[in-house]
Design a protein around this ligand. Sequence first.
Ligand code: DC
Length: 220
Amino acid sequence: MRVIAIDGPAGVGKSTIARRLAERLGWAYLDSGALYRALTHAALQSEVALDDGAALAALARDLELSLEPQGVVRVDGLDVSAALRTPAVARGVSSVAAVPAVRAVMVVHQRRFAEGKTGVVAEGRDMGTVVFPDAVIKLFLDADPEERARRRLDQGQEVGPDADMGRVRADLEARDAQDRGRAVAPLAQAADAERLDTTQMTPDEVFEAVWMRVRSVIRP
Ligand code: DC
């Protein structure tokens, strides 16, 4: 099993690139953020407080979370994919993801997802640093906050009708600060990862740059 790890901050375009790359290679696509979002959604549904680490960890252990290779996320068998993009989930997910016992459960899920597959393109915050330290390629995608907010707004993701640039940017930056500052598996570039600043690049240009790198290592 070979892994390509793609990490980076919110709104940088990791999902678009990871999904496209997985498709081109015929590999599975692992959206690790979807697992943290699914747990956050489940906590909101069952009224578990998002600052109650012990209850969140218990919930993570009890739920049957599953990620299907095409991106469908199930909690106890129910497809929750559509619910994962709501503003409530986006606002709560970083505190859920900061709980060490929650992360321990998620790491098991992520490695299990990869087991037995030919190849996996894994996307998140700690794919290259923690979950798949032996990944054959590690990329860290980055872009200025202003540009990331614009991309989020253009995609219409996680934003309500009152969305404006200032609020989207503030939300992104708050989430990144929380993700970078946590004690366990913070958002960080792995020492052996390649950083790509995509601020001035179109999605196609990013994909071509990534694809050249992949071809030089994997020769599909
Ligand atoms: O990639 P995303 O926006 O769906 O991620 C949602 C949140 O989940 C993000 O703010 C941090 C957390 N996350 C994480 O802590 N570790 C990962 N590997 C992926 C996501």
